[in-house]
Structures are given as C-alpha cells and as structure tokens.
Design a protein around this ligand. Structure first.
Ligand SMILES: [Zn+2]
Length: 435
C-alpha cells in the first residue's frame, strides 16, 4: 500500500474547491460590485481572533486555516493537561505543560502553508481595546460564561457609531456534553450575550440545609466536604482546586460522610468534577459547533451566503441528547440589557430583606449572575466590596433591611462587579412581599 500523502501535492490544489466559493459570484453577492480575486484576497488579509485554544479552539483554528484565513490570532491562558489529549487534537503527550495557544498555533502553521497564527498566552482581560480593535471578526470557543460576558461587554463598548471598523462581529460557540450552540452577535445591532444571559442559568444550587443534614446524593457529600468540612477544618490555608492533595482531602471527607449515610458513588473523579464544576466534553459535539462557527465567519468574510444574525435568526442550538435536534431562532435584543440597552432592569425584591440577602441574590439570579456585587443607590453608597476601607465602612449596612436603608419602590440602584469592570448594571427595585 502506498503511503498516504498528508499534504496536497501543490498549494493551489488545496484551495481548488474553496476558490469555487470565494472567486465566483453567488446568489447573495452584489453582482455589480463582485470581484472574485478581491474577495479571496480580502479573506487572506482579514485579521481574525480566536478566543480559547481548547476543545472548540483546536477545531476552530484548523477550520479557519483550511477556509482561507491566513492572519489568525489565538488567545488562551491555559496549559495543556494530559486529560485534554483525547479531543484537543493539536496536542501531543510531549506538549503536556506547555501553552495551549502556542502549541496549537505552531501545529496548524506547520500543516497549512502560508497561514500565520499569532499566539497570546494570557487572559483575555489582560488585553486592552487597542488590541481587540485590530481584528475584523472575533470567534469564541470558551467554557466560561464569565469570559464570554467580558469579551461581549468589551466589544459592545468599543462601538463608535461613526467608525465602521469599530463593529466587530462576535461568533460564539459553546458545548456541554451532547448539547451546543452557535450564535452571531453584531454588537449594539443584534441581541448580545448579556441579553441572552438567562439562556445559561446557573446550576440549581443545593440548599445548605440538605448538605448539612440529609444528603441524598454523592454530590451532596462532596459539596458538604467542599463547603462545610473544609471551612471548619481548614486543612490547607486556601483551597487550590488543581492541587491533587487538596482534592484527595475532600474526596476522603466526602467518602466518610457517604459511608455514614450509606450513599454509594463518591469517587475521586466525581469529587474533582463537582468541585471544579467540570462539564463533560464530547469531541464530536465540539466539531459540529466549531464547524458552524467557522462557516459563519466565512460567510461574514465573503458575503457568499447570509450569516446568522441577518436578517432574523441569530442563535442556533444543537442537541444530541435525545436523537438529534437543531433549532435556529431570533433572540431579541433587550432594552434593559445592562450592556447594550439603556433602561434599568426591574428587580423584584422583598422590602424586608436585608442588604445582605439582596447582595447574595445577585449570584443566583439567572439574569444577573454577579458574584461580588457592589451596590449604590441614587444618593448613597450601600455596599462596596473594595477598597478595604470602604468595605468596612459600608459593611454595617448589610444587616439593615431595604426599608431601613431608605430605599423606595421604583428606586434605581447601580451594581458593579470586578469581573465586568466596564459595566454598570442598572436595576429598578420592585417591592413585593414574599409569602
Ligand atoms: Zn445586550
């Protein structure tokens, strides 16, 4: 048997089929203005940013390079772990411990001649607006909602109505097990990630009393070890979820508790999963979603077909949980979106709540999901997480009720969170006695 050729015999041959799309006018191109050679060149010169070089990122980089994008940047702060190798196919065992962005960039550059991939081994928050301004399209393959919200707020903020170049289409892919989604956001024009936040409700939290008194599932025992036993015994100064010694401690605590309540199923892997909130990753789902995202980037770059977001549907969901199902719909832009809208969002609260209850509620409200909120009312500061002096000064307010603090029905409050420094969330209080 002849050895299979990995590379195409010649470069032009590799692009034959792609060029049939890039260089010919299609039903959606403007026949008067269309010039095929210009379109191909435009894609090659376009600067595209891929955020994340993990499961989706590997697929995205490979697909974009094979779709004719030649100037790609990739940003990821992670290093390669041995558990990544089953699906993050640009990495080999010898790469364990190295930067994902750098290894992925080098691998694709070697396989696809003429493509330049610039790697950034850092957090997206370390880059400023000037950095993001240089790109024409941003594609996200992230597993964190917080990072998505950050880049979304940044791109929406960057829009300057008078500067066409300041509109950066954001293509976002996400997967969870057999489920996934692909969406396109035209900042300030179509519904943004913050408008769609309630599509990603936080996982239902287990009430503390269940953990403390009557655990029923192995996860309850692990959460008990994580939330209660750890705090009580403080075996190490601070919990490091990546430290096997710390996970082992939690695992053994959870196991003892599970024995006590005769609950089977506590394992080391489950402990790690619960504590780190690990979502199972399936290579094929990543590949379906990344392919959809790459096609949207290609369509936006070439105009060969309408992309998601034009004119209507902007959100494609895919589910392989029960057979195969996909559905594409229009998610509406919200006037009270804290990022792209300008109205305050209504917030139903009980006036008898303490400020602490209000502060805590922001973490679990699907439309807010703020872990460290600082709160201001129209005329005064109610609670500030930092700096320390202000935190101490405002801390006594936490035990006062909303009424005692002088808040009124329909009053507007401003909420900020260090995770989204540029955004001020505006809420309008709606008093309602809870039953
Ligand atoms: Zn929005």
């Amino acid at each position: 048997m002849a050895t299979a050729e990995v590379y195409p015999a010649s470069e032009p041959e590799r692009w034959t089929y792609l060029d049939r799309v890039r260089t010919r006018a299609g039903p959606f191109t403007n026949p008067d203005a269309f010039d095929g050679t210009v379109v191909a060149e435009a894609v090659e010169n376009m600067k595209i940013l891929v955020i994340g070089a993990g499961g989706l990122g590997c697929e995205l980089l490979k697909n974009l390079a094979l779709s004719g994008f030649k100037n790609i940047h990739v940003i990821d702060m992670d290093t390669i772990d041995i558990s990544n190798l089953n699906r993050q196919f640009l990495f080999r065992q010898a790469d364990v411990g190295k930067s994902k962005a750098e290894v992925a960039a080098k691998f694709v550059e070697q396989r696809v001649k003429g493509v330049k991939i610039t790697a950034h081994n850092c957090k997206i928050q370390e880059k400023d607006e000037d950095f993001y301004m240089q790109f024409q399209i941003v594609v996200c393959g992230l597993d964190s909602i917080e990072a998505r919200r950050w880049i979304n707020a940044t791109l929406v903020n960057m829009v300057d109505e008078d500067v066409e170049d300041s509109y950066k289409p954001l293509i976002d892919g996400g997967t969870e097990g057999f489920k996934g989604q692909a969406r396109v956001i035209f900042p300030t024009v179509t519904s943004c990630i913050e408008c769609q936040l309630d599509m990603h409700a936080p996982r239902a939290a287990v009430p503390l009393c269940t953990l403390a008194s009557i655990p029923r599932q192995p996860e309850h025992c692990i959460e008990w070890a994580h939330v209660i036993a750890w705090d009580r015994e403080k075996p190490f100064p601070e919990l490091d979820k990546d430290d096997p010694e710390h996970i082992t401690w939690l695992y053994q605590k959870a196991l003892l508790r599970a024995h006590e309540f005769k609950i089977p199923g506590v394992t080391y892997a489950l402990t790690q999963g619960v504590v780190k909130n690990i979502i199972p990753a399936i290579a094929a789902t990543n590949s379906v979603i990344a392919a959809a995202c790459c096609n949207e980037a290609f369509k936006i770059a070439t105009n060969c077909a309408p992309s998601l977001g034009y004119p209507d549907a902007n959100y494609m969901m895919y589910s392989g949980n029960d057979n195969i199902y996909t559905y594409t719909f229009r998610h509406e832009k919200k006037d009270d979106c804290p990022v792209c809208g300008n109205l305050a969002r209504e917030l139903v609260v009980d006036p008898a709540w303490t400020l602490r209850e209000l502060v805590d509620s922001f973490a679990v409200r699907p439309e807010a999901q703020l872990k460290k909120p600082s709160i201001r009312a129209e005329s005064k500061t109610l609670y500030m997480q930092s700096p320390k002096s202000l935190e101490e000064k405002t801390r006594p307010n936490l035990d006062k009720t909303l009424i005692e603090l002088g808040l009124a029905n329909d009053e507007e409050i401003g909420v900020t969170d260090p995770a989204f420094a540029t955004v001020s969330f505006k809420f309008k209080l709606k008093f309602q006695k809870s039953e």
